[in-house]
Design a protein around this ligand. Structure first.
Ligand SMILES: [Zn+2]
Length: 95
């Protein structure tokens, strides 16, 4: 159901004040005071969009790499090996 959120049992409902609730039970759950309107929800989510990282060709190994970053494939940046790339080795099995 859309619109009003459902209230978990034991939580403060729309027709229940915090004072009435606190008598008896020791544990309380944090509950929003007001519902968030669809407009406010959209305003909050307006900053949630993801962007595609800008890729360029690596001048050393010609793979796609992120601009202004060391190459993830060969570790080169600005004409030198800036980052040493770990070479995956197979775990040695005893003979
Ligand atoms: Zn590279």
């Amino acid at each position: 159901m859309r619109g009003w959120p459902t209230w978990p049992t034991g939580a403060i409902g729309p027709n229940q004040t915090r004072d009435q609730h606190s008598q008896g039970e020791a544990t309380q759950m944090g509950v929003p005071k007001r519902r968030v309107s669809h407009a406010r929800q959209g305003e909050r989510r307006s900053h949630h969009a993801l962007t595609v990282p800008h890729l360029e060709e690596c001048p050393h190994c010609h793979q796609q790499k992120r601009a202004h970053h060391a190459c993830a494939n060969c570790g080169w940046y600005a004409g030198r090996e800036a980052v040493r790339i770990k070479v995956k080795t197979k775990p040695e099995t005893p003979a």
